[in-house]
Design a protein. Structure first.
Lengths: 256, 341
């Protein structure tokens, strides 16, 4: 779960009468161009369209849904917070229960792309609660922890789950997280590469702690999704695999 | 300026760490002080009444008087004893001396231990007693309680969310064994099977809430249907964590007072009250993320901070809610989920 910013122990952030956002004035109407639900078929083609009513910070051309999946404790929430806020939640985050999301708008080749990023609980039993959302996802980031062999061994099971519940054309990226912990690493980079190759997945190693390849992972996904939507037939196709390979940085060059 | 000055003054007066060890980062001290100075009067009055009721020691037995007293709030100093009494945890503990400690010395279970270890370090990082280096550090206590429970109830083992519940039980009882037996009362008896691998009870109760909303607040149900939002998306944390980290601590404890005494339908009362109170605000939502945001927003602010008034509301606002009706809805929803496979 995302860390609750409001006071948890003693309550309200405002006196009773002004406690709710209703008191802060009406909210801008934000048409969701890629929303789930009956208005748009699940994972149907997101319709580009500038939201003209949105407040200053929330104007975007197109929105996509990205989901973070992987075993409990591999760093899904930390990866998301690193991407969203550029910070690392050392010792101040709590385990995610259920499902939660955060938005971030990226500029991709001149287009404002809103990523609606869904963070999920990693424990296996929660899949019965979360897999209902797979079908609406345009992209999935599948994480394991390079210091935890079991999380790497679970990847196959996750892929089976994804195959069963996600859209066939979902963009999928395999990420080996926590590469800053070089001392405790038990999954070699080559192991990750080998597995990715076996399943035809683009692959990167990341560190939510140092930020290594974190922005890149989300940007790569945004680029791929944007181009699927807007590419003219004459344009060269965006190659997610090549992009990730070319732009991804090794763990060694970025260790603090 | 004046407001800032008032806030600063309140900040100086209100202790940084609350009675439970929580040290919130961003906190409206002025609003809290205003609320608490009024609540203190109520607390004092209740404390005197409770002291009379519990005079002479011994266990707390369920009765109409006790139920009425509990609805008005259990003072912190009696809370552990009252919870132990009305939930049946005390009776279980008395019947099974040494059982808890034997569980801790039982057979090893690597995957259970690993799952618990992963969450123990990320439970209440904003509580000084759960921080690494605290003396004693409650991370160890939490680990023990969860491990013992996993051995005790093998069908459940450990489920994420139980860490937050056990954490609160430890803060209130300050006693590992009592926390264990209260966790057993909740997970084993009071709640349906929320935490089992299929999470069927959780999914069932979310459906039940959906049905109750459909009858009592049809406009909200129509909004959810219209956007294709499943209830699990907005309320799973309410049920799994029993409002821990959703509502303010004091409010959660008041809800739990009634949960131990009256059972799981209290959860529906709280959920329905939150939704009903903010119905107009929820209905302004224009998209799925907007709905999600609003369901988070309604768990904050003065309405939930003022726990005494809030607890009165949960018994009046949702209207009648008989256990027979809940049981019927549960049976229907469970059958529906099982048919879906």
């Amino acid at each position: 779960m995302s860390r609750k910013k409001t006071p948890k122990s003693k309550g309200g952030s405002a006196p009773a009468t002004s406690a709710l956002p209703a008191a802060k004035g009406p909210r801008p109407v934000r048409p969701e161009t890629a929303r789930a639900g009956p208005e748009a078929p699940p994972n149907g083609p997101p319709q580009p369209g500038r939201s003209s009513l949105g407040g200053g910070g929330d104007i975007y051309d197109v929105a996509f849904k990205v989901m973070l999946v992987g075993d409990s404790g591999v760093g899904k929430t930390c990866l998301l917070v690193r991407f969203k806020d550029g910070a690392f939640l050392a010792g101040t985050f709590i385990s995610t229960v259920g499902i939660d999301f955060r938005n971030k708008i990226l500029d991709v080749d001149g287009m404002k792309v809103k990523l609606q990023i869904w963070d999920t609980a990693g424990q296996e039993r929660f899949r019965s609660v979360t897999h209902a959302y797979y079908r609406d996802a345009h992209a999935l980031l599948l994480l394991y922890d390079v210091t935890n062999k079991a999380s790497f061994d679970s990847i196959q099971a996750w892929l089976t789950e994804i195959q069963e519940y996600a859209q066939r054309d979902v963009v999928l990226l395999l990420l080996g997280n926590k590469v800053d912990s070089a001392q405790e690493r038990v999954v070699r980079r080559e192991d990750g590469e080998q597995l990715a190759k076996e399943f035809g997945l683009p692959f990167m190693e990341t560190s939510a702690r140092t930020g290594l390849n974190v922005d890149l992972a989300f940007t790569a996904v945004a680029k791929e999704l944007k181009q699927r939507l807007t590419k003219a037939p004459s344009e060269p196709r965006f190659q997610l695999h090549d992009y990730v390979k070319r732009e991804g940085r090794g763990a060694s060059c970025c260790r603090p | 300026m004046e407001t800032a000055g008032r806030a600063q003054a309140a900040r100086d007066r209100v202790p940084r760490v609350d009675p439970y060890g929580f040290e919130p980062e961003d906190f409206d001290y002025a609003a809290y002080e205003e609320f608490f100075s009024a609540y203190l009067v109520i607390l004092t009055r209740r404390a005197i009444k409770w002291s009379k009721l519990l005079k002479g020691g011994g266990g707390v037995q369920k009765s109409m008087t006790v139920k009425r007293y509990i609805r008005k709030g259990v003072p912190l100093e009696h809370r552990a004893r009252v919870w132990m009494g009305v939930s049946g945890a005390q009776a279980q503990m008395d019947r099974n001396p040494g059982y808890y400690h034997r569980l801790l010395q039982g057979e090893r279970n690597d995957s259970l231990e690993e799952a618990i270890r992963t969450d123990v370090t990320r439970t209440f990082p904003d509580n000084v007693r759960f921080r690494k280096g605290a003396e004693p550090c409650l991370q160890r206590t939490l680990y023990n309680v969860l491990l013992a429970y996993g051995h005790h109830n093998r069908g459940v083992g450990y489920c994420q969310g139980m860490n937050f519940i056990a954490g609160y039980l430890i803060l209130i009882t300050k006693n590992e064994e009592e926390a264990f037996w209260l966790l057993d009362a909740l997970v084993g008896r009071i709640l349906p099977d929320y935490y089992s691998p299929s999470m069927l009870g959780l999914r069932m109760d979310q459906e039940v809430l959906g049905e109750l909303v459909r009858t009592k607040l049809p406009a909200v149900a129509a909004l959810m249907d219209g956007h294709g939002v499943l209830w699990t998306l907005v309320v799973s944390r309410w049920f799994i964590c029993l409002f821990v980290d959703v509502l303010p601590v004091e409010t959660v404890l008041r809800v739990w007072d009634c949960l131990f005494s009256e059972g799981s339908k209290i959860i529906f009362r709280v959920a329905l009250t939150l939704i009903k109170q903010h119905q107009a605000f929820i209905l302004e939502a224009t998209s799925v993320p907007d709905i999600c945001e609003r369901f988070k927003e309604i768990t904050r602010g003065g309405f939930v901070t003022e726990c005494h008034a809030f607890m009165q509301k949960i018994f009046s606002e949702p209207g009648s809610l008989s256990m027979a009706h809940i049981t019927r809805l549960r049976e229907r929803c469970r059958a529906k989920l099982l048919a879906q496979g």
